[in-house]
Ligand binder design. Structure first.
Ligand code: FES
Length: 92
């Protein structure tokens, strides 16, 4: 199933460097995965926010250095990266 990665590029997430997070995803394209920008997802202050659909998986406070881990484990390996999940959505 084709995946989509949404990287919030609204003001608040940009303050935390979401443009560099987006660039990190774009640097290493994964077959069958589309990387898109999106507007505010309503989780300001916890960003940069990244959403992977259709998995419904949210990552928060994503640092560009962490993007390769998301790409390898989740986008290529199919396993969400537990330690980076957004706790407000993914409890426990
Ligand atoms: S600006 Fe990214 S969640 Fe609001």
């Amino acid at each position: 199933m084709k995946k989509q990665v949404f990287v919030c590029q609204n003001r608040c997430c940009r303050q935390y460097g979401s443009d560099r997070v987006l660039a990190a995803f774009q640097r290493d394209p994964v077959e069958g995965v589309t990387v898109k920008t999106c507007g505010c997802t309503g989780h300001c202050g916890n960003g940069p926010m990244v959403l992977v659909e259709p998995d419904g998986i949210w990552y928060w406070r994503v640092h560009p250095d962490e993007v390769p881990t998301i790409i390898e484990r989740h986008l290529r390996g199919g396993q969400p990266v537990k330690g980076m999940l957004y706790p407000k959505v993914h409890h426990g």
